[in-house]
Ligand binder design. Sequence first.
Ligand code: FE2
Length: 466
Amino acid sequence: MGTSSRVAAAIVVVLGLVLSLAVVCNGGKTSSFVRKVEKTADMPLDSDVFKVPPGYNAPQQVHITQGDQLGKAVIVSWVTVEEPGSNTVLYWSAYSKKQKSEGKVTTYKFYNYTSGYIHHTTIRNLKFNTKYYYVVGIGHTERQFWFITPPEVGPDVPYTFGLIGDLGQSFDSNKTLTHYELNPQKGQAVLFVGDLSYADKHPNHDNVRWDTWGRFTERSVAYQPWIWTAGNHEIDFAPDIGETKPFKPYTHRYHVPYKASGSTAPFWYSIKRASAYIIVLSSYSAYGKYTPQWTWLEQELPKVNRSETPWLIVLMHSPWYNSYNYHYMEGETMRVMYEPWFVQYKVDVVFAGHVHAYERSERISNVAYNIVNGICIPVKDQSAPVYITIGDGGNLEGLATNMTEPQPAYSAYREASFGHATFDIKNRTHAYYGWHQNQDGYAVTADSMWFFNRYHHPVDDSTSAQ
Ligand SMILES: [Fe+2]
């Protein structure tokens, strides 16, 4: 080693020490609230929230999601049990006459379970910002619902997203959904970060629990779209009982508009909604270089026009930045692949689930490391997203309470409580984010932050005193 390279090595070592001191000494806030640590149970099958609607062949598990890239289409899905019945959705607004749309019906088997008749019908060419009523179950027992289409895509369109992850169907799940519904910061669509029913925690992945979850969540998702992300509990891979096709129940029951964004699989896709561009990624599909997801994302990110949709939001299931001792570093390989792009394209915020707790990061990146240079510590980065883990929907697996200590500097706030959040976009520069925990009143935020848009207002919006 020559003199100059020794000096360089010494500089790297000193720099590393300074960086690591900064990281160790300036942790964010860990809430002092301590919940009792116990697993919660799924609500019993005869619970009110799982009630089957009355009437012959009545549609159940009604749910909607966005059906195109712009928000002018809605996918309506429902299940009938006695017979297939009609695939027709009848819909109208105060300004239009009644129209019909036809869809398709499917069924699947899983071990010793046979599904009901699962209907998916896309309604297209809707007007923006309009309340539509719709009816399913035509010919047998009709049920009527409604939804409101989003405003036309544009840079200063206000819009409020709800955020829920890892919901399941426990008593805590029911509290989370109720808190979301009664939050005065009215969410207009839910960004769901994966792990829906947790049916796979029951013997032989008892798919009856997919049905109960569909009936439980209908009271929200029949009236506003939930944007779906696939989590590990959607994989339903069970070779011991002969079930080797991953995502079988999930893909039969929950459709997403992936083709509209040029995706080749329903696990990664994008939509525009109001002033937001939302990219959904799959932690459980191949994401390495040259894979379909990688190729799609490489082509997708340059398409985001921040003058049209200022807010760039990414959803995934497994978090990249997580200082709990659960699922620690599970997101690391995907972070290594995609984090440089997120910084380059100035993603505003990344929402993930998986860890059953809450955590919000500062704007940091960790892209300098190249195997040989030793620069492997996250640093503050104003081009980087804020990472939020919101896997605290309340499923039967209980809370993640065990955290790494000391709290890393990049972790701005963390707390092991069940809850949900809202992301309230005001205009192209500002959005108000609030996390609500189930033990508080409906209007209380336990953690909040004003987001400054990374493209239009890239001012430091960190909440720590560093
Ligand atoms: Fe998960």
